[in-house]
Ligand binder design. Sequence first.
Ligand code: DGT
Ligand code: CA
Length: 574
Amino acid sequence: MKNQEVVKIFNDIADILEIKGENPFRIRAYRKAAQNIESLTQDIESLIEKKKLEEIPGIGKDLAQKIEEIISTGRLRFYEDLKKEIPKGLIDLLSVPSLGPKTAKLLYDKLRIKNIEDLEKMAKSHKLLKVPGIREKTEENILRGIEMLKRGKERQPLGKVLPMAMDILNGLKDSKDVKKISLAGSLRRMKDTIKDIDILATSPNPSKVMKAFVSLPPVKEILARGITKSSIITHEGIQVDLRVVEEGSFGAALAYFTGSKAHNIRLREMAMKKGLKINEYGIFNEKTDRKIAGKEEEDIYRVLGLPYIPPELREDTGEIESAINGELPELVEIEDIKGDLHVHSKWSDGSHTLEELAFAVKERGYEYLAITDHSKSLGIARGLTKESLLEMKKEVASLNKRLRGIRLLAGTEVDIRSDGTIDYPDELLSKLDIVVAAIHSGFRQEKEQMTKRVVRAMRNPFIHIIAHPTGRLLGEREGYDLDIDMILKTAKDTNTALEINGYPLRLDLNDINSRKAKELGVSLVISTDAHIISQLDYMENGVKVARRGWLSKDDILNTLPWEKLKKKIAKTGQ
Ligand code: DGT
Ligand code: CA
């Protein structure tokens, strides 16, 4: 897949154009194109062959030609020329999250900072403060950004790693030498960030499996190649470990290598108390060494007197106790979801018409879909004026008359301004089925102010849902400084639902806050924030977060049919 190469080049171009102070719409066009290519499930070479590049939303003639040039020649002349206009060091600085192109250029011009090490040193010794416009807070943010960059290299977002892992798994699954195969490790537990990919398999012919593994297209470098274990690095820099184990140990190995380590330690303690020994080969009688189980993972738990614990819960955060007491939650499943409550259409910065979206969600088995385009203050995202919002509502009504088996909901994603007010009047909001509110700017407010801002929005009687409540972007931006307990409490008091956003870089709320929300009786929804049809599948990511947050079907509003959901989201207690 060359998709990632194109994504990187387009993102770099956007950065350079930003440094040069070019037209924001042009910059955004490159970023959107990069985003849309990143969420493609097909590889871009096959789209070129089928002459279907321009069917990718956001790709017109010009970008299609550029993609073809990248794929056929391995480079892009326009990009090479553009790079010559900007010092190399400056481009490197841009990889620091929270350091925007304008500040980067300022630092480069004034202090001649040419690389990230210099930047870190100068920020630590407060030399950046000499530059007018740079405050202590900016320095702190830069240092935090550098930390994130370092950490980001160690751990990558689930949404990025999972498709790569499935690619590898699928590349091996159909081989006649592979009998059983499964993901293990943090990826099987569906953690939001992943250090490396762990895969387990069984085979009558392990060396053939190893050979196939190290020859797969994603492999850049072979770190180790053995008979039962090999490790490789992919082109994206992620390590993948494959272990081939005996058929009779597969279940035990799966339990062991799924982890987490903390969960395993608890299992081992339980085994010891029962006079048993547990390891990656099986579960044994401590005295006689007789093997009691190992082939099936369920049996490991059964022998310990436990019901099967789903991988998403295996973090030693109470799942063992709940399992002992027979109180494990029945976790929500993707099939329980009846609709998506946060989707963008062509009316703002999405790529499809309402009708196209309606068909796409119907295909996914949903009953309803909320169209929540941006509000007017988001000029960059083509936010709707009051008039166009009402027109959109009309289109929704007329489609609802015509379409069968799917209901569109007229909604909006309003911007929460820095003082917590909203950029549409209440009277307009009251006409909509669903109002989602979110912060899109002014991320750096102090904790108290930020919390007040969101609380004020939640007290608005017409706002049903707070979207991506903490604003984090994995590997790019930490969440806003928010008093999350206060947010949860206000959500409960005002009956405002909080969103679990399935966008791969967001997964926000995260597992921990979702679980807290459930414990406090706060309503949750899982939505995708899709801007193109393929992103509707991000629902699966959201469901994974919810499962790690111990959530059941009953905790999630969009598992309800619309008529019930409508009653449940009505606001109370302002
Ligand atoms: P990651 O890779 O940091 O995202 O997280 P994991 O959980 O995949 O960690 P990793 O890849 O180091 O190890 C995979 C699993 O192997 C881990 O979840 C539990 C198991 N494991 C690794 N080392 C130990 C250990 O020293 N003791 C026990 N009991 N289990 C271990
Ligand atoms: Ca791992």
